[in-house]
Write a protein that binds this ligand. Structure first.
Ligand SMILES: Cc1cc2nc3c(=O)[nH]c(=O)nc-3n(C[C@H](O)[C@H](O)[C@H](O)COP(=O)(O)OP(=O)(O)OC[C@H]3O[C@@H](n4cnc5c(N)ncnc54)[C@H](O)[C@@H]3O)c2cc1C
Length: 438
């Protein structure tokens, strides 16, 4: 398909956010009698799902300590639940387990779930948590766990398949999704808005607005838009941290074991919820070698060919060669030992699973903002940026909100994620989780 000379709306990036925005925008335009999908073009340098959305573990959960994240996630789960078949969404639920230090956080999360009507259950106390987990999995044996948040909504979706589902919906609305078109720059108008998008296939004039949804390539676009690589960050107490790097890369460590997926089932043979376990109990290999006696955590889910999941990510120093994606740098060579030992620590069915570890296309680099939360905002008068700080496969509903904002509405769900928060100190609260995304 040729690059059109102009388009009213140009979306850059065909991942979960770009495609969700394009689809919802097409629908909103039609519903309001303002146009339709033919007013929207998506530019993708590789192919849909080539970025983080195509390799994401696919976990959909609402275990967020930050009120704004939790409320936004509820709206996103609504979108997943609206068409599970097209999105290849498995509503199996999600279980977060933690040690004493996380009790207050998970209790606060649960109380908010109750307030917003998100279906979850809280279990507190070591024996109570063990009972709850053993009713689900009789071989549950994790130690040091005193709190459990069991979300009865959420679960996971199959990454590339859900991107394909969104793509189909975009095309059905008449949106043109152009693969193999790389955005290389922006031609500015005098008022700092973007007049044209420069691409490997020529220039395309901007009729109205541009949406940028670049996933791990966020920093590249930040630079193209002439935005600062370091910013001052005001904390809620009024203290100012000067010259904080706007972007940091983290390497997400993930892997899988090849087993019969059905060996990971609940006691009644049902599909298991996604499990996220944090504990401070010492972690040993099956051979009895101590791996760590500090707080550690893993997550895992049943996958098509086995059990897949990950552990805490690692920060990456400096810049990263992102192409071809997924580039993985600085992966801890001990990750497979740790992850397999942790599976075995959790459930005896995984004892001896280390030889079944498979080096697969799993794991990759993510771009994180100065406070590790998304920036959803206009960064030029007609350029809306969806920079999700790697939170965002689960955030399929962000595009629905962005579509409304593009058409002039206010979104109270997106407002807490404006860039201005770094200057005003209106930051999100921080939890006790060892992960940068909780
Ligand atoms: C290993 C891993 C596991 C993860 N697991 C989860 C999870 O379980 N749950 C969860 O919610 N989130 C998860 N995430 C985070 C999630 O995947 C991302 O936050 C989300 O997919 C980002 O979506 P996106 O649409 O912004 O970006 P992407 O999916 O990365 O899409 C961006 C697109 O832009 C294209 N592009 C880049 N530069 C250009 C250019 N110059 N011109 C044109 N196109 C361009 C890319 O090719 C890409 O297709 C995980 C991330 C990683 C790396």
């Amino acid at each position: 398909m040729d690059l059109p000379a102009s388009s009213r709306y140009i979306v850059v990036g065909a991942g979960i956010h770009g495609l969700s925005t394009a689809m919802h925008l097409a629908r909103e335009l039609k519903q309001r009698g303002l146009g339709d999908g033919s007013d929207v073009v998506v530019l993708e340098k590789s192919q849909p799902g080539a970025g983080a959305s195509g390799i994401a573990c696919g976990v959909v959960r609402n275990n967020y300590f930050q009120p704004a994240m939790s409320e936004l996630m509820q709206a996103c789960v609504e979108v997943w639940e609206s068409d599970p078949a097209a999105y290849h969404y498995n509503p199996v639920g999600y279980v977060a387990l933690g040690p004493k230090v996380q009790e207050s956080d998970l209790t606060a999360v649960f109380e908010r779930h109750e307030r917003i009507g998100y279906r979850s259950e809280l279990i507190v106390g070591e024996a109570e948590v063990a009972d709850h987990m053993r009713a689900l999995f009789p071989d549950w044996r994790a130690k040091g766990v005193t709190v459990c948040l069991h979300e009865h909504q959420g679960g996971f979706a199959f990454n590339q398949e859900s991107v394909d589902g969104l793509l189909g919906k975009c095309e059905a609305e008449g949106v043109r999704v152009l693969s193999g078109v790389e955005v290389t720059g922006f031609r500015s108008a005098q008022d700092a808005s973007v007049a044209a998008v420069e691409t490997s296939a020529g220039e395309i004039e901007v009729g109205e607005q541009v949406v940028i949804a670049p996933g791990p390539w966020a920093q590249r676009f930040w630079t193209l838009l002439g935005l600062p690589s370091a910013i001052d960050v005001r904390t809620p107490s009024g203290e100012v941290h000067e010259s904080v790097p706007m972007w940091t890369y983290w390497n997400l460590q993930e892997g899988e074991i090849t087993v019969d997926p059905l060996m990971f089932a609940t006691a009644d043979g049902g599909a298991p919820p996604v499990i996220h376990l944090d504990t401070d109990a010492p972690l040993y290999t099956d051979e009895g070698v101590l791996l760590t006696d500090e707080l550690w955590g893993i997550y895992y889910k049943r996958d098509r060919h086995g059990v897949q999941g990950g552990a805490s990510p690692l920060t990456v120093d400096g810049d990263v060669e992102l192409d071809p994606y997924p580039s993985t740098t600085n992966v801890d060579p001990s990750f497979p030992d740790m992850w397999c030992a942790a599976l075995s620590h959790a459930m005896s069915r995984f004892e001896g699973c280390r030889p079944l570890y498979k080096t697969a296309r799993s794991g990759g680099v993510g771009s994180f903002t100065a406070d590790n939360f998304p920036v959803f905002d206009y960064m030029r008068p007609n350029v809306y940026c969806i920079l999700d700080s790697n939170h965002g496969y689960k955030m399929i509903g962000v595009g629905r909100e962005v579509a409304k904002v593009l058409l002039g509405e206010h979104s109270s769900l997106l407002y807490p994620f404006r860039f201005e928060r770094f200057a005003t100190g209106d930051l999100h609260p921080v939890s006790h989780s060892p992960y940068p995304w909780s």
